[in-house]
Unconditional design. Sequence first.
Length: 278
Amino acid sequence: MSSKKKIKVGKLILYVILSFGAIVMVLPFIWTVLSSLKNMGQNFAYPVKIFPDPVVWENYPESLSALPFGRAYWNSFYIAAIVVIFQLLTATMAGYSFAKLKFRGHGVIFVLFLATMMVPSQVTMIPLFLIMEKIGMLGSHMSLILPAALFNAFGVFLMRQFIAGLPDELEEAAIIDGASVPQIFFRIIIPLVKPSMAAFGIFVFLGQWNSFMYPLIFLNKTETFTVPLLLNFFKGTYATDYPLLMAGTVISVVPVLIVYLFFQKQIIQGIAITGMKN
């Protein structure tokens, strides 16, 4: 077998594996959409009915009217937006410091910083809960914004990898022209790292939008709930309204899909460029 045929066979096998993986990933979402268009009887029918008959479109307006989704959408959006803005700023600053500013122990500090990624979030939940209670932020959105906005080891690593690959000559030329460190950062570094910032910002937004555990622990009033937390209200003590739950789930996924469809190019470009840096 020639080398060209081997390459074609290898690509074919790769495409088959990736296609299978894509189907496995998208099937749960398709099932959620189909279930949202059924009534309770259809969802529990045996044998299983894959397609709704009849289609129950009323599940969507009923789901929206059953709970204050408008307020929850706003809560999720503005919390995610604030966290994205602050994490972009802090992660890029820290990444620049670790990549370009040489100070004593910066390598050790960077390794220790990355080591925090190995600590499960469940370990820090109770300390964070107690801290938020002590400073009077428990039950408010600040209990979600403050810890997330100030610290993201993955973001620092991502930005550090990208900035480390930028030529040192750019900084040297700016220093010769009399530029200070803040001027170099905001006028030179920021414009050059926009692809990675876009990818990182989208990841942070999606993570915050879909966050369930932290809002469940820190929030205690319905008017402060985010979308994932509000969906939990469709689960009763003895029964769950699955048609409304599935309809609400589909509605909550729409903003995430829109963000990904519009910015998938930036996500791929940012990750690809970062992966090529040393």
